[in-house]
Structures are given as C-alpha cells and as structure tokens.
Write a protein that binds this ligand. Structure first.
Ligand code: 23J
Ligand code: MN
Length: 257
C-alpha cells in the first residue's frame, strides 16, 4: 500500500486524526498592540456584499478587512527587515513544500502558569531533545504555553502599565532553532512569535529578527496544541498566496496519531 493510501485509510479508521490548530477569525479577534509610536494593525471587519437580497438574490458573500498579521496567522521572512533581501521570502514565492513538516511540541505550560514572561532557552530545548529526539531539519517547533486557554482578549493580551506580558523565546533559543536545527519555523499560542516584553529586548523582537533573517517562518495564535503528542504529528500551514505578502491568516491543520 502506498503512503497516501495508508494515510486515507488511517484517517477513515480513526487511527489518525485531524486537529485544527486555528482560532476563529472575526470582529472579536484580538490584535497586537505595539508601542504607540508605531502604526497599528486594524482589527477584523466583515461587511456583507449581498445576502440573498436585492444586492444579490441567490448568493451571500462578504468583504473582509484585516491586517496580514491577524488571528491565527503566518509570518513570512519578508515581514522583518532582516529577511527583506532573501529569496522566496514572501507568501506568494515560498515553495509550498515548506508549508508541511513534522511537529515538535515543547510543553512549557507549567512554567508559563508561574511566570507569564517565561522565555524558552537552549537548555530547555536540550532537555526536550534528551527526552524525545533531536529536532529534525524542516520541523515546525510549536511552543505549548497554555496561552490559548485565555479566551478573554484582555487576559490574552495581558497588558500592564509597562506593556504586554506573554511568553516567548530567548534570542539564543531562536538562534539554535534557526541555525543549528534548521526548522521551518516556530509556532506559538500567543498573539505574536515574540514575548510580550520583546520591544524592550536587544535586539527588539529577537525571535522575528533571527527567524526571518534566517528565512524561517512564524505561526501565531495557535490553539489545541494540548491535543498533539510531543513528536509524531505533521503540520500543514499554508498562507494565502498574497503577492508580496508578509503574512496571512490561515488554517493550520495537524495530522496526528
Ligand atoms: C510587527 C511588529 C512587532 C511584532 C509583530 C508585528 C508580530 O507579532 C507579528 O504579528 O508578526 S511582535
Ligand atoms: Mn505576525
């Protein structure tokens, strides 16, 4: 039997499952708040073109307005200045092969419960690798923080007087994953792939800076990571083919035992 015949059979028999790692996209979707000196991204607007009415008697459709980096979304290398001159760095030019890879799920939810500013370190990645396997080239590394349990926008954004507080990556961990492990990219449950306080880090937003400078991707606002094993799932994360696009909302699908 071919691999794909086996895949279809296993899905049908329930030996494999499809897990949706995507949050709903709508007017309630929270948007990232950057320091006020920077331009803001708009929230989601959905307006009806027609709905079985005099504007279109037999059809319903909407116009959508939102920033490319809204809700569950993909970050392309061209999103960051460090990736602006790389080849195939935008949503329309990245080869589709690079949207599919094995998932390595690193569970730090308990650490994040104790410290919302938790940062993943190389030591923590090595501990995970000692327990599971070395992160293979071309993997999606998914940081399971439990942050998607925060349903309420104010809890999800977690903004204090000194800015947002949410977990992310130490710069050294981003370098290890991008350069030494050659991942496809990283995925997170938070609003962006950098920690809430990352505007104050050196360099600012180190995960974006390092990942995109190395031609790697980001996935933000994922959910249901608690339904994935540490290894063994395959993730498909294919953005809209926006010409020159820096990112896009997308449906992220995992196939898992
Ligand atoms: C622009 C500036 C900073 C950040 C971001 C965007 C994102 O998180 C994003 O969605 O890429 S941190
Ligand atoms: Mn983004």
């Amino acid at each position: 039997m071919s691999t794909l015949t086996q895949l279809v059979d296993d899905l049908k028999a329930g030996r494999l499952r499809v897990v949706d790692l995507t949050q709903p996209l709508g007017p309630e979707t929270p948007v990232i708040g950057l320091p006020p000196i920077f331009a803001a991204s708009p929230g989601v607007t959905i307006s009806v073109i027609s709905k079985y009415d005099d504007r279109g008697p037999a059809w319903y459709w909407n116009t959508l307005t939102f920033g490319e980096h809204t809700g569950t979304h993909f970050d392309a290398p061209v999103h960051w200045v460090t990736g602006k001159d790389l080849r195939d760095n935008s949503c329309d030019t990245i080869p589709a092969r690079r949207f599919v890879g094995p998932a390595c799920v690193i569970d730090v939810a308990r650490d994040v419960d104790a410290n919302p500013d938790f940062l993943l370190t190389p030591a923590r990645i090595e501990t995970w690798e000692a327990e599971h396997a070395r992160i293979p080239p071309g993997a999606w590394v998914l940081l399971r923080t439990g942050w998607s349990r925060r349903r309420d926008a104010s809890q999800f954004l977690n903004v204090a007087s000194d800015g947002p507080h949410s977990p992310g990556f130490d710069a050294s961990a981003s370098k290890m994953l991008a350069n030494d492990r050659d991942v496809l990219g990283v995925g997170v449950e938070t609003i962006g792939t950098d920690a809430g306080q990352a505007a104050t880090f050196d360099p600012p937003f180190p995960n974006h800076s390092i990942m995109h400078g190395a031609g790697k991707f980001g996935l933000a606002s994922l959910c249901n990571l608690d339904q994935l094993p540490p290894t063994g799932a395959v993730v498909i994360a294919a953005p809209l083919k926006i010409v020159g696009g820096s990112g896009s909302p997308l449906r992220v699908i995992a196939i898992t035992p």
